[in-house]
Design a protein around this ligand. Structure first.
Ligand SMILES: NC(=O)c1ccc[n+]([C@@H]2O[C@H](COP(=O)([O-])OP(=O)(O)OC[C@H]3O[C@@H](n4cnc5c(N)ncnc54)[C@H](O)[C@@H]3O)[C@@H](O)[C@H]2O)c1
Length: 254
């Protein structure tokens, strides 16, 4: 029997079969969860075929920058499932211009856009789904080491990830009062649609590898198995944490 048998999960952020959210959705399914998907319109075709593969019967478009759209999604989810056990937030956005060159050049609009989509969406989702969360509901989001140290070209996203990690801590206290949990997985670099927007991403992948204690880059399945653990009762006393799935990269200096 899987460690998530009977759990009802909703995964945000599947855009393609390269997405970290796809790696997580696969593992949740393999561990026995019922996996529902929410996506943005631009990725509909790919998401529908992934939904079929995962046997997902709840597949709904939702722009998380739109509060009314989230309200509608919660109502639809409640009508089908009643309660929710698991939420996966694997969502971020920054403009291409904000992901290259000098951080200093970021515009106000680009800054606010990336904070809105990459940080506030987590707050909005937790706030609006709280009403239908089961007693031991658990949430995860995805972050990156560029929140702590300067990574060339990661720029505004580094600042957004720092805010996201702090958000996880504050939400952990709010949710913890009812026995619910939230954590972040800090993943090493993985080639996905979003990663392709970061200038020099390919050379980052190649140049980092020799510095990784385990000597290899990570993949979406590594994130999936950590997500399944964190979202299960095996991690029942883990909340507000940032857990690294990066082969140990974060502990090294040179
Ligand atoms: N790829 C990496 O190297 C890496 C490393 C660490 C953390 N992360 C994080 O993992 C998460 C997933 O990214 P990914 O690399 O799998 O890329 P991805 O492009 O596959 O996923 C990003 C997702 O965000 C969604 N999204 C963007 N704007 C949205 C909105 N307004 N409403 C709803 N969804 C929206 C996109 O539709 C997409 O599905 C992100 O938070 C990213 O920052 C990625």
């Amino acid at each position: 029997m899987g460690i998530l048998e009977g759990k009802k999960a909703l995964v945000f952020g599947v855009a393609s079969n390269l997405s970290i959210a796809y790696g997580i959705a696969k593992q949740l399914k393999a561990e026995g969860a019922d996996v529902a998907l929410s996506y943005v319109a631009a990725h509909e075709k790919r998401v529908m075929s992934i939904a079929e593969e995962l046997g997902s019967t709840f597949v709904e478009e939702c722009d998380l920058a739109d509060d009314n759209a989230i309200d509608e999604l919660v109502n639809k989810y409640e009508a089908k499932y009643g309660k929710i056990d698991i939420i996966v937030h694997s969502v971020a956005f920054a403009t291409r211009e904000a992901l290259s060159g000098r951080f200093l050049e970021v515009t106000r609009d680009d800054f606010l856009l990336s904070m809105n989509v990459s940080v506030y969406t987590l707050i909005a989702v937790v706030k609006k789904f709280e009403r239908i969360m089961s007693e031991d509901a658990s949430v995860i989001t995805l972050t990156y080491y560029g929140s702590e140290k300067v990574v060339p070209n990661y720029n505004v996203m580094g600042v957004a990830k720092a805010a996201l990690e702090a958000t996880v801590r504050y939400l952990a206290v709010d949710l913890g009062k009812d026995g619910r949990r939230i954590n972040a997985i800090s993943a090493g670099p993985i080639r996905t649609l979003s990663a392709a927007g970061i200038a020099g991403f390919k050379s980052m992948l190649n140049n980092n590898e020799p510095r990784i204690p385990l000597g290899r880059n990570v993949d979406i399945d590594d994130c999936g198995s950590m997500a399944a653990f964190l979202l299960s009762s095996k991690a029942k006393n883990v909340t507000g944490s940032v857990i690294y799935v990066d082969g140990g990269f974060n502990i090294t200096a040179m």
